[in-house]
Design a protein around this ligand. Structure first.
Ligand SMILES: [Zn+2]
Length: 303
């Protein structure tokens, strides 16, 4: 690698850093070699972390000239790479300072923080380190053209990102909602309850909160035991979405992948009516036709 920290001088935001890294290393392709990148940027060692309950740690010398990253030794490949990216983010963002002693020590909850209260400096640092890790492992200039190859929303593409970019399924699902372009929501379900969700910018708001039970009408309950990705099916939007007064709820489609240990990944994909019905070629389609069209579109992208 050609890059050195001089290439990053004067940059302090996750977006700015990733932009400069991509400029200095224009040949980067997925999976981004995060360990080699860390080494080029003065991380002299990556070793195992034994502290229970923590995913990662960063040690630095007094002048921040070199760093050592420690990673939970039980972490799987995707999470391990995210943790290295997260700690590298702390190292490269000059404003980041350890709150205790002279080391960053980050928990799994820290690595799931995507928003922080303005006055909470600790959380803001964790959010920035997460943004850096996600952007670095799945840089939008690489992810967008990749996604355009696979068309309409489908959990199959989340699994592809997981494999090709070597990130966890969770990280892949979040990036997918942000960069796909359709107003989708990805929900991580555990034992029938909503564990967390990732919404695209224009996705409708859910009426089911974190910790709430997945609606009884959901495909999730009908497909337990299925190990493959389910078909896309029409969902009951009034059970999932907050109804907006005076507006008809959108048609909603759902797809699920049951995973191990009671986890599942669920995708919601709303179809908003065209603003101008007069020129809507789909206006005369029945609900059944709409579903079959959507199925055809969604499965087209699989192979
Ligand atoms: Zn951290």
């Amino acid at each position: 690698m050609q890059i050195t920290r001089l290439d990053l001088d004067g940059t302090g935001s996750p977006e700015g850093l990733v932009t400069k890294i991509l400029k200095a290393e224009p040949g980067l392709a997925p999976p981004v070699p995060i360990e080699a990148l860390a080494a080029a940027l003065d991380i002299i060692e990556i070793r195992e972390l034994e502290a229970e309950g923590f995913e990662g740690s960063l040690l630095m010398d007094a002048h921040r000239s070199r760093g050592v990253i420690l990673v939970n030794k039980l972490a799987r490949a995707g999470r391990r790479r995210f943790t290295i990216g997260h700690e590298l983010g702390h190292f490269l963002i000059p404003m980041h300072r350890p709150v205790k002693n002279d080391a960053f020590l980050c928990s799994r909850d820290d690595m799931r923080l995507w928003s922080a209260a303005e006055q909470n400096a600790y959380e803001r640092m964790e959010v920035e380190a997460n943004k850096f890790a996600a952007l670095m492992l799945m840089p939008p200039p690489l992810l967008r053209p990749y996604l355009s190859r696979y068309g309409d929303p489908n959990i199959a593409t989340v699994l592809r990102i997981h494999k090709d970019f070597e990130v966890s399924k969770d990280a892949a699902a979040r990036a997918y909602t942000l960069y796909h372009g359709e107003p989708i929501t990805m929900i991580v379900v555990h034992e029938g309850k909503v564990l967390r969700s990732y919404r695209a910018l224009k996705a409708p708001r859910l009426s089911v909160e974190q910790g709430g039970l997945v609606p009884r009408s959901c495909i999730y309950w009908r497909t337990r035991g299925l190990t493959a990705i389910s078909q896309l099916e029409e969902a009951s939007s009034d059970q999932w979405l907050i109804s907006e007064w005076g507006k008809r709820p959108p048609a909603l489609y759902e797809q699920v992948l049951h995973q191990q240990e009671g986890y599942a990944l669920l995708m919601l994909w709303p179809e908003f009516e065209e603003e101008d019905d007069e020129f809507d070629p789909d206006a005369d389609r029945t609900a059944k036709q709409r579903l079959s069209d959507r199925l055809a579109r969604s499965w087209h992208g699989r192979y």
